[in-house]
Design a protein around this ligand. Structure first.
Ligand code: TNX
Length: 484
């Protein structure tokens, strides 16, 4: 392994195409480039940075998986590659609020990301069902707000030591942990902890899966709370250049008050020397080129869901009306964000929400049982192949009316309403996340399902060795026996 900063090897790396978008740690996207050469007498990995060398060693690991023989030795083909990512921000958003995934499980997820050369873990730390991060001066947030999860599931929260372990494990693998505090909606856990922050009158709870009622921008205590929370979160997650402010599904607040809320929260984040990322609803505030907007509402699929009547089965009519209004308002968010110069983090529901059922059968009976239970029934099921057949640039283009938006990067998302354990979580990630990871790294049109499915099958031996749960899709010819 060599670090090269000048000479022909370095120049070859410099000539590689530039990654699109921004990095979550503000680093140089060129830092991930590497070269890898295999000859009969040596293997050489070179890069301008340790990070680039790490990515190169990850590719070497994947090649070793592919060439592994039953006796534990491996044969590698001679090759020489120069490699660089397509996007600078390649992540996974993980919901630890609806189900609490402890630090051990988060570390397992980080290992999955690392093996796929993903470089961001976005932690959705707070939601109606739970608050997972300790804040100085607000002990009830974890003691009360962190005590539960969705339904009767056990609660929990990360201690500062847990967070330090997660951030350190991530940093060693060149992954940035981006923390999300979801405000001003999705705050029922805050209201349970501190009723003085809760809305009064009719703007409380409400029927259906997503409660009505937000933080009140007209109360002084709200802003003391927001400042204290963002201050501690910025300190606990030091390698993220961004704080994620949520901003989604803030039902029960007027549009102008929502925009003003986001603006004021962003000012606080900026005073802490952090930039802001928010769900696409934040495009309606006074954002600019420094901001990242996370596009999630994929209109075509959402319209199908609405038209199918699936929502009406899940919630009362009054809530269906709230959702219909939300969809209508969302229609121009991507254009709005682009018009203001912000870049877009791509997480369209239709392909990047991994909390959807698998459409194809599992090759194993246990997988069939889990497949029937895991994934939100409201989303149309999709196969491993359908998720792989996706292109970020085409998706962004389809979401704008004039095709002028700029991608910050790509983030898959896994929400945990139907995920009750680490096994459920890994089952949803592996292997649709593998396909997304390839789309974020490799050049456009680089892979095709018919050859990808073979590569995917080969990589599963590494998952089995690590004890990761995965969905054995019937569309893939998985190896029958896996070397130990
Ligand atoms: C919408 S995505 C949500 C989440 C849910 C998810 C289920 C987003 C910004 N809000 O609160 O968990 O759908 O897929």
């Amino acid at each position: 392994m060599e670090l090269v900063t000048c000479g022909p090897d370095a120049e070859e790396l410099t000539a590689l195409p530039e990654a699109g978008g921004v990095r979550a740690d503000d680093g140089d996207p060129a830092g991930e480039r590497y070269g890898l050469e295999v000859q009969s007498t040596y293997v050489r990995v070179w890069a301008a940075t340790v990070e680039g060398a790490h990515r190169g060693l990850t590719s070497l690991r994947q090649l070793l998986n592919a060439g592994l023989r039953p006796d534990g030795t491996a044969e590698l083909p001679p090759l020489r590659v120069l490699d660089a990512p397509r996007y600078a921000w390649r992540g996974l958003s993980l919901d630890v609020a609806r189900t609490f995934h402890d630090a051990d499980q988060v570390v397992r997820v980080l290992d999955i990301l690392s093996l796929h050369k993903l470089n961001v873990l976005h932690l959705h730390l707070t939601d109606d069902q739970g608050w997972r991060v300790p804040i100085t001066g607000w002990p009830a947030l974890t003691e009360v707000g962190g005590a539960g999860a969705l339904g009767e599931r056990p609660g929990g929260w990360y201690t500062p030591e847990d967070i330090n372990r997660i951030v350190t494990h991530a940093r060693q693998r060149f992954i940035t942990v981006v923390p999300e505090i979801d405000i001003p909606g999705h705050c029922q856990a805050v209201f349970r902890s501190y009723p003085e922050l809760a809305p009064t009158g009719t703007a409380v709870a409400g029927p259906g899966p997503i409660p009505i009622g937000t933080l009140d921008p007209d109360r002084g205590i709200t802003w003391r709370f927001v400042r204290d929370v963002l201050t501690d979160v910025a300190r606990l997650f030091p390698n993220s250049a961004y704080l994620h402010l949520g901003g989604d599904e803030a039902f029960g607040i007027q549009d102008d008050a929502h925009a003003a809320f986001v603006d004021r929260a962003r000012d606080i984040a900026c005073s802490l020397d952090r930039r802001v990322v928010g769900w696409q609803e934040t495009a309606r505030s006074a954002i600019g080129p420094q901001e990242v907007v996370q596009y999630w509402i994929e209109a075509t699929e959402m319209r199908e869901v609405m038209d199918s009547g699936a929502l009406a089965q899940m919630m009362p009519e009054s809530m269906v009306a709230v959702f219909t209004e939300m969809m209508a308002k969302a229609e121009h968010d991507v254009d709005r964000a682009a018009g203001k110069g912000a870049s877009l983090l791509l997480s369209p529901t239709s392909h990047l929400y991994l909390d959807r059922p698998y459409a194809e059968e599992s090759t194993e009976p246990d997988g069939e049982i889990r497949r029937a239970r895991v994934g939100l029934p409201v989303y149309p099921p999709k196969t491993v192949e359908q998720i792989y057949d996706w292109d970020p640039a085409a998706a962004l283009n389809a979401a704008t009316t004039n095709g002028s938006a700029t991608a910050a990067g790509v983030e898959a998302a896994v929400w945990c309403e139907t995920v009750t354990s680490g096994e459920d979580l890994e089952f949803l990630l592996l292997s649709r996340l593998s396909g997304i990871a390839e789309r974020t790294w490799s050049p456009r049109n680089a892979g095709h399902w018919d050859e990808y499915r073979t590569r995917l099958a080969i990589q599963s031996s590494a998952w089995v060795r690590r004890g990761w749960t995965f969905f054995p899709s019937s569309l893939v010819a998985w190896p029958a026996t896996v070397p130990a």
